[in-house]
Ligand binder design. Sequence first.
Ligand code: NAD
Ligand code: DAU
Length: 379
Amino acid sequence: MEFKRNIVITGGAGFIGSHVVRLFVNKYPEYKIINLDKLTYAGNLANLKDIENKPNYKFVKMDICDFDAFYKLMQDEQIDGIIHLAAESHVDRSIKDPFTFARTNVMGTLSLLQAAKLYWESLPEKYEGKRFYHISTDEVYGALEMTHPEGIEPPFTTTASSGEHHEAYGEDFFLETTKYNPHSPYSASKASSDHFVRAFHDTYGMPTIVTNCSNNYGPYQFPEKLIPLFINNIRHRKPLPVYGKGENVRDWLYVVDHARAIDTIFHNGKVAETYNIGGFNEWKNIDIIKVVIATVDRLLGRPEGADLDLITYVTDRLGHDARYAIDSRKLQAELGWEPSLQFEEGIEKTVKWYLENEAWMDNITSGEYEKYYNEMYKN
Ligand code: NAD
Ligand code: DAU
């Protein structure tokens, strides 16, 4: 079957990648969507059960560092678009094992770039109609001051277009022009990969785009990250390890809204541009944790405040960034994207999803998911 476009999405078995794959497979039956994933501990094909038999979907188990295999895939499938999400993504793991982060995030990205370059430059039309879209993070910008406007305590959710957020916070946001200043091995590796992507545009003329997004939350997130870990711990009445004083601020975006932004930018974004993606939704960790506890308790029919005693302050993360806050006005103004969900709605949906999908969570926490798929996709 001939498809209008042949697109590789790397890291499609992970959290955000699975939402991007689902959106593209369902919305664009005329595109062939190839999910390329190594299936590390973070990859789980159960995230894509609802679309795995669609005629425009194909899964390929591959390491992004395998240059030869990827070059062959580019040729065999005549790939014209790459949406690159595969990465080692957890800051705490990067503190323990920085080498794996440099290998996958830096060398893996470089390997994809070089294979795409060789293949696209071998075609008569060269880079025309091609796109290399690299998904990055706000963490590359470093950390903002933990200052908040007087009289306003986070959570402080507004719509970006209202300008209300800026009236309160001034200009203390990450902009597309903010100088890179990564602190963790994870963010240093992502920053390096971003530089390589831009270098391939500036040196060879490859049509690249980079986006930097804030913290995502929603269904299918691996339970090492704050929100799914805490929902699961509350469910089982296990301690909730809050790093430091719980005062660090993160800017949360519902994952489907990130996937929608990726769709918009892949199709309409300008080559060589950077777009920040975020929903102006800053929360102190301790405040968001209290909202998660209250939501889980209400949905499980437990008395209000029943699980607040699970909060356990633990040693802080090394080099813990104080505050992230994304300014996404460029994306809003130039491409018309905006978040579809208010935070209250998003967190309710998210907690409900984890409570209704206990089997998905238990399969991960028991390690069953790895055994099953490793058998199925043996090299
Ligand atoms: P994730 O850890 O849930 O998923 C990563 C996926 O990449 C997994 O399926 C894993 O198997 C795959 N992978 C890892 N190494 C690979 C390799 N060498 N070859 C092929 N596949 C490999 O990550 P996520 O949270 O979905 O993040 C996806 C991307 O978005 C990352 O690039 C991350 O830096 C970026 N990002 C994440 C957030 C967030 O809040 N989670 C925010 C902004 C940007
Ligand atoms: O900002 C985007 C980034 O968001 C992405 O690039 C990363 O891939 C993603 O993992 C996420 O990074 P964070 O480090 O912000 O997310 P995490 O869920 O690990 O932690 C959120 C905050 O909660 C952070 O301040 C650390 C704190 N925390 C986290 C865990 C896992 C705790 O207090 N206790 C915990 O057990």
